[in-house]
Design a protein around this ligand. Structure first.
Ligand SMILES: [Zn+2]
Length: 155
């Protein structure tokens, strides 16, 4: 059953937690803040900007209520930021390509015992740089699964 979410942020309603995605945000009594009933994070509320901000973590992360879901505050309104994708694509492709070109220009000696090591190393470099690029994308987009995993590790 789908939950009906309020269109505007106010203190009288409950909202899904943007950090753990499992809990509910409810107002703390006599405070201008919300608290999650699962991860117990406290969020300061700015009703005029329809936003909340993590009050118990630094750097403070913020989200804007977009009628049915939270949008990260630092996230630009464009859905496809070209710079971050070019950075991650270059980070993934460039280092293994440079290694492969070096391997092509300077191949190992034919009777060398470590003939397959350069190819193995190119694979390791490609995988590690791909993981770094995925980490950058997860940080940029504040992916819910990544955030949940990150905050569980920190607590
Ligand atoms: Zn939570």
């Amino acid at each position: 059953m789908a939950q009906v979410l309020p269109p505007l942020l106010d203190y009288e309603q409950s909202y899904p937690c943007p950090v753990c995605r499992q809990g509910q945000l409810d107002r703390l009594i006599l405070m201008d803040a919300f608290s999650c009933n699962v991860c117990h994070h406290i969020f300061s509320v700015n009703l005029s900007q329809q936003s909340i901000c993590l009050a118990d973590r630094t750097p403070a992360l913020g989200w804007r209520w977009a009628r049915q879901r939270w949008r990260p505050l630092h996230h630009p309104d464009i859905d496809f930021p070209l710079g971050i994708w070019i950075l991650c694509g270059g980070l993934t492709v460039l280092p293994p390509t440079i290694l492969w070109v070096m391997h092509y220009i300077f191949p190992p000696l034919p009777d060398s015992s470590a003939n397959s090591f350069p190819l193995l190393w190119i694979g390791v470099v490609g995988i590690t740089h791909s993981l770094i690029a995925l980490w950058i994308l997860a940080e940029f987009y504040q992916l819910p699964l990544y955030l949940s995993w990150k905050f569980r590790l920190q607590s």
